[in-house]
Design a protein around this ligand. Structure first.
Ligand SMILES: NC(=O)c1ccc[n+]([C@@H]2O[C@H](COP(=O)([O-])OP(=O)(O)OC[C@H]3O[C@@H](n4cnc5c(N)ncnc54)[C@H](OP(=O)(O)O)[C@@H]3O)[C@@H](O)[C@H]2O)c1
Length: 331
């Protein structure tokens, strides 16, 4: 019995776009469960965020085997949230998971070997209680495992019915090309490529983004707010309980530099002139590239998620605004 009745107008509140050359529509804003959904976090807040997301047309939820802490607990919690609130809605959701980072003890709990990926997807399916993932990713190229071994495993996972589509994350361009070629030849093309991208990290612009587009892969940006640096959160110090202040957060205090804060302040002034928050402008800036299928946002409260969904109210930039952003970023 569901405790939640989703809003009926949820699909009117979101914009959807086709993922690369596929027939799969993804929401422009997806929700990531890397932080704030683990066993150390407030389960009530986590539940409310998933409900709010779904009620507002966010159909895509991004997980990985190791999300927590503790590792695995984000998948366990998500599975419980689904069971308690969303029975009967599986076909309205796109649920992603990944394997490739350190997860369990011993030589097989890390990396991109066939052994790790095959064991990992079974564990992830058990934790979430799902019969299949919509998208399963190789979380990283590990520098050792031949790309052929990892990609053949992803192809086999689709053939076994454990995932509908496959993707890669953080692969360097040479290995990404090899992966795209192999998937294409097998008739299981790469649906989506997941990379870090924000105004503060534009590394994918030169090679990775055009390469994904060349092979018809969608692109989805992670950490589009630079883990909170591209919001107004750190403009006047480091708030208690922020990701940078929390011991379980991946944002190091050393990453909150004066230079970043200065830039964020100037960007914030421009955002205010546009009638947006800095977070909204930062997300809109990522989405302005038509090759960018979606952004995966993180949130620690319903309030943040709600605020970030307002991004869709204004996704366009004038040439002058874009030039001003370039000037600020290149200072
Ligand atoms: N493929 C990969 O290797 C990889 C790596 C990293 C992430 N990801 C995926 O990408 C997702 C998003 O990454 P991310 O969490 O780093 O994204 P992000 O959107 O850049 O950062 C999210 C954090 O920013 C702060 N925030 C968000 N909205 C805010 C607002 N309106 N006002 C003030 N602060 C706000 C919150 O931090 P506070 O906690 O401080 O409130 C929130 O937890 C992850 O959940 C995961 O699914 C994938």
């Amino acid at each position: 019995m569901n405790t939640h009745q989703p809003s009926t107008d949820r699909y009117d509140k979101m914009q959807y776009t086709y993922c690369g050359n596929s027939g799969l529509l993804l929401p422009r804003i997806s929700l990531g469960l890397w932080h704030n959904f683990g066993s150390v976090d407030d389960f009530g807040v986590a539940t409310d965020m998933i409900k709010y997301a779904f009620d507002n047309g966010v159909t895509h939820f991004d997980l990985a085997n190791n999300y927590g802490p503790e590792p695995g607990s984000a998948e366990t919690n998500f599975g419980r949230i689904l069971k308690e609130n969303f029975q009967g809605y599986r076909d309205e959701m796109i649920i992603s998971s990944k394997a490739g980072h350190s997860m369990w003890a011993g030589p097989y709990g890390d990396g991109s070997s066939r052994k790790n990926l095959m064991a990992s997807i079974d564990q992830s399916l058990r934790r979430t209680g799902l019969e299949y993932f919509d998208i399963f990713y190789s979380h990283r190229y590990d520098g050792v495992t031949p790309v052929e071994e990892t990609i053949q495993t992803l192809i086999d996972i689709v053939k076994q019915g454990k995932a509908l589509y496959i993707g890669i994350s953080k692969y360097p361009p040479a290995q990404a090309r090899q992966a795209y070629e192999m998937m294409k030849a097998a008739g299981v093309p790469c649906l989506i490529s997941q990379y870090r991208y924000s105004m503060f990290d534009r590394a994918i612009e030169s090679e990775t983004l055009p390469l994904a587009a060349e092979y018809g892969s969608g692109m989805i940006a992670f950490s589009p707010l630079a883990q909170g640096l591209l919001t107004d959160k750190y403009l006047h110090g480091i708030p208690e309980n922020s990701r940078a202040a929390r011991s379980t957060g991946f944002l190091q205090l050393s990453q909150v530099t004066d230079e970043k804060i200065q830039k964020a302040m100037q960007l914030n002034e421009l955002a205010v002139r546009r009638g947006q928050t800095l977070a909204e402008m930062a997300l809109a800036w990522v989405l302005k590239d038509e090759r960018m299928t979606s952004v995966i946002v993180g949130a620690s409260s319903v309030r943040q998620l709600a605020a970030n969904l307002h991004t869709l109210d204004n996704l366009s930039f004038s040439a002058e605004e874009l030039a001003e952003i370039e000037t600020i970023l290149n200072k």
